[in-house]
Design a binder for this molecule. Sequence first.
Ligand SMILES: [Zn+2]
Length: 450
Amino acid sequence: MRTGFDPAVRLVEREYVTNPPRMKTSTPNLPRAGKYFRASVASSAAIFSGNGFLAGFLGAPREPFVLLGDANTLAALERIGVRAQSNDVVVNLGAPLRLDDPLVERTLPQIPRGLDHLVVVGGGTLNDLGKLIAHERGSRLTLVASCASMNGWISPNASIVRGGNKISVPAVAPAQVLLDDALLGAAPRDLTAAGFSDALSGLFACRDWLLASRADLAPYDADVADGVRRSLAPLGAALADDGFDASSSLATLIDALLAGGLAMDAAHTSAPASGAEHLVAHAIDLHELARGLPPTLHGHAVAAGSLLVAALWDIIAQGGFGPPMPLSADARIGALCTWLPTMTAAAPFVVRAKLTREATRAPAIDLAAMASAAPELPRVDRLRGWLTCAGAPTTAASLGLDRTFFKSALLCARDLRDRYTVFDLAFALGVLPGRTDEVLTRSGLFAVCT
Ligand SMILES: [Zn+2]
């Protein structure tokens, strides 16, 4: 039996939300995204999802609040006819690119004391900024999602750049998440494409989660993994349809992103939504940070990671493994830190912790056999088709990255986090490092466009 669930989850069914002004909340057994989970889901946030309800929701008589956004998200809100009331305080941050401590310090003085409800309209960066500000001020937090680009809405954590690394810090979970199709559907196509990629990566993340449970006896919840997979089935079907249209699949995408967030909440780990493909995305983040480059959208980076991982699983599924070439701890640490120097402090701990478990780890060949009996993954060609259909990048060049970077990702990204993934399995099976070039070619990331 699971513990730590909050049965008071209040997800709203779509048909209720389209009928303001009074919101009816569903019973815990009838949540929209929760339909993918057998038991109750875990979020303590009230999640409102529907089409065109924001104006009624924010326009109703209420206490004033602080409305925090940037130039783009506040304008988008206005375009769908949602305006702050005269006694609200609107804080426009311009266009923040990255969430770091200076941004928090710059923003805090702009948030008046005395208003204890903070409403944030934005995507991932602004959401996380709101979580930190609300944490600092003890405010009630409402998130108005301006795009369906990632699945972190309900998480109580924030990703922040600190000391050249991007880390996750505890903040505060929103009390309410408002997902209005009218606003989300008007978001730039790139952002929605990123959401498709982030959602789809759940298939690979859940495979890694299962793998880690078999390899290292990491905690695993089959119901949650099954819920994630079921939430993604309609997304895959929509993307495989010749007549795919992102706007008509928006509700399916929102459901899948919510399911990913709820899965992480229910499992008390990011594992159901973050596997090896997210390690590649993290590496892209660190690479860009070190060079002062503008950040790639999270979902776009995840798309590239997913293509690498799908190619690797395809090759593992073929069998015919060579002898492994074990690397010493020092060699692994040295390789990672040469590639991503800001990992210097953390790398020894990660690598040594993983190596410590080698003595008790299940044999790689058994893990590969287990994987072949696990729920099927999309082959890399199918994934590339889905991503292309969604408008996500499928080449390294479109992300401004080269073959050397992705080669390093295959060889070193496994040690960015202390969690067993397909990268570790590939080394144990002798697929890596020997067949690195084959994986890169199969991923299609270096296809030449004609
Ligand atoms: Zn993600």
